[in-house]
Design a protein around this ligand. Structure first.
Ligand SMILES: [Zn+2]
Length: 383
């Protein structure tokens, strides 16, 4: 019971099919001049943009956001005099909008604040109002306190992070995810599932996050394969949108674990989509955690939690952890998720990745301390 849920700064969630119709009213209630961040092709959201009843500038985020992307978007927002920032897009788009909203209120440049490589300046002001409208179901960034940016010159990804960066409104409408292509549905969906599983077995889990992550796991287990095979299935899309949302709130309050500790480093090492990295690492990390827990703390509550998760995944109460892990491996095959070697990660890099990952903040949530050789073995299995 160490994590605290920050009601003072967390925003409001509006979720359900069709709710995006409320976007113009929501934005009008928060400001009078908008910057809207979208994916590479803003015309996909032409009708939504036209419905906004105020002077609006659009910033298109193409690909993975960098410090330069956030800097450029902030310049557009400042030139426009924006007082509200809206994101309509995937996790990358929402992360850029969260950076812009923070910088509008705090001044300066992303490099002043970013963790690890930044100047260490503190975020002291509540971000400008930000409305996050996800069009993929995966990152949960619409309800988290951080935004991830890449710095190609440093060869890393790092976060801007503060409770003052929670979006003011998360408007989660599963109908917006219907057009999400199968490979993105697969990788983002596996990220969502992992972001419910890691908080559920985290050493910082608490009663509140347990309820959220368990329901997210239940919905992810029921919706993931269907959403991939039949993208028009609105019930499956709703399950996945909720899985992502619930995981985002859970992780912001209970931390993650070794999958994300490793995936963060791997994402800074090679161009592996985050969800693909998580997917490839998921089964090996569960097996490593089970081995370590069984050897050192056979009465540890995380073992019982893994068994509960296995029941949800395999669709049968009383399923063994092995059956749960088999469901994950079968799902990866069905969803055609490649291993890490497909992105150029080699066994020679395993030591370096393990050494960096063991120090990551996500690793603090892992239910048991994994050694460097445990992590190295996980990486080799995920290739
Ligand atoms: Zn993730």
């Amino acid at each position: 019971m160490t994590a605290a849920f920050d009601f003072a700064t967390a925003g409001r969630v509006m979720a359900g099919a069709g709710r995006v119709a409320e976007l113009p009213n929501v934005v009008s209630g928060l400001g009078s001049r908008a910057l809207v961040c979208t994916g590479a092709n803003p015309s996909r959201h032409e009708r939504l943009l036209a419905a906004l009843d105020m002077p609006t500038e659009v910033f298109a985020v193409a690909g993975e956001p960098t410090i330069a992307t956030a800097r450029a978007a902030t310049a557009v927002a400042r030139d426009h005099g924006a007082d509200v920032v809206t994101a309509i897009g995937g996790g990358s788009v929402i992360d850029v909008a969260k950076c812009v909203a923070m910088l509008l209120a705090n001044g300066g440049d992303p490099l002043d604040y970013i963790e690890v490589i930044g100047a260490g300046r503190k975020i002291t002001q509540q971000a400008a109002p930000c409305v996050a409208v996800p069009t993929t179901a995966g990152t949960g960034t619409e309800v988290t306190a951080n935004a991830v940016l890449a710095s190609p010159s440093h060869g890393v990804k790092a976060s801007l992070r503060s409770p003052m960066m929670f979006p003011r409104i998360a408007l989660v409408d599963p109908e917006l995810t219907v057009s999400c292509p199968p490979p993105v549905t697969a990788s983002s969906g596996l990220d969502a599932l992992t972001q419910c599983l890691e908080p559920y077995v985290s050493c910082q889990a608490n009663a509140l996050t347990d309820g959220l992550s368990f329901e997210g796991l239940r919905r992810g287990a029921s919706g993931l394969r269907v959403a991939y095979l039949n993208g028009d299935d609105i019930d499956a899309r709703t399950d996945m949108a909720m899985c992502s949302l619930l995981g985002g709130i859970a992780l912001a309050n209970a931390k993650l674990g070794a999958v994300h500790g490793l995936a963060g480093v791997i994402g800074g090492t090679a161009h592996v989509p985050h969800g693909v990295a998580c997917a490839a690492l998921l089964a090996p990390v569960i097996e490593a955690n089970i081995r370590a827990l069984t050897a050192s703390q056979p009465g540890h509550p995380a073992l019982g939690r893994y068994a509960q998760v296995a029941g949800l995944l395999a669709g049968r109460t009383g399923a063994s952890i092995e059956e749960g892990v088999a469901w994950i491996r079968d799902t990866l095959a069905l969803l055609e998720i490649p291993g890490l070697a497909a992105f150029g990660i080699t066994s020679q890099q395993a030591d370096e990745i393990a050494a960096k990952a063991i120090k990551s903040s996500s690793m603090q949530g892992n239910p048991v301390a994994l050694s460097l050789s445990d992590l190295r073995a996980v990486i080799l299995q995920a290739l």
